[in-house]
Design a protein around this ligand. Structure first.
Ligand code: SF4
Length: 207
């Protein structure tokens, strides 16, 4: 869940001391998706490339552990926290157990976060690795596929270490971030975080 108060309190970065943000590599155009694509364009994150007072540190945990292209995987029996706790598994659609190597990838991502002293992470949502708000509950290709509120394995690993994460579609939070980076930025008052979207409210029956 985005923490808007945390984002508001981020320091004012400068070109000499830029804001250090860890991003899922696919969000900035790296072709590290399961099919060798970058899953399209994410203007809400690409916008950050325009600022000289932001440093983006990119990483793809699944490429690190499994290469690209690769099979699709999802979490079975819980979320990323449960995987780390040994209570849930990461399985590919053909049934390969990727649990251990996914945890290895999450440890690598955590190390990168520490080495770069990151101040925020912006990650792809829904992924079994980078998910940070909503993920699939089991196989995404099931006719009766289900979603759950929760984090992927890397999201959970970063969160356990105290790092704040938002996804590319937390548009209200990102608007706040843009004003931290650029005080002249005019906030789009229509921008909503994912949990304010109609689909989310209806699906999870939350207001
Ligand atoms: S969501 Fe994460 S694991 Fe998946 S392609 Fe993007 S960076 Fe890699």
């Amino acid at each position: 869940m985005p923490d808007k108060d945390y984002i508001k309190m981020l320091r004012k970065p400068t070109a000499e001391n830029p804001l250090r943000i860890l991003v899922s590599a696919c969000l900035v155009g790296v072709r590290c998706g399961v099919d060798g694509s970058n899953y399209g364009k994410y203007p809400s994150v690409l916008k950050l490339l325009d600022y000289d007072n932001v440093r983006l540190i990119q990483f793809c945990p699944e490429d690190f552990s499994f290469g690209t292209p690769r099979e699709v995987c999802d979490i079975y029996g819980g979320d990323g926290f449960d995987v780390i706790a040994g209570k849930a598994k990461v399985l590919t659609t053909t049934g390969k157990d990727w649990t251990d190597k996914m945890i290895t990838a999450s440890n690598k991502m955590l190390q990168i976060a520490k080495d770069n002293n990151i101040e925020l992470a912006i990650m792809m949502d829904v992924s079994a690795a980078c998910g940070n708000h909503v993920i699939y509950d089991g196989n995404r290709f099931n006719v009766n596929k289900k979603y759950q509120i929760g984090m992927g394995v890397c999201g959970a690993q970063l969160s356990l270490a105290g790092y704040k994460i938002i996804s590319w579609r937390e548009y209200e939070s990102l608007e706040i971030l843009y004003t931290v980076i650029d005080p002249s930025h005019k906030i789009d008052s229509d921008a909503k975080d994912f949990n304010q979207h109609e689909w989310y409210i209806n699906y999870f029956n939350k207001k």
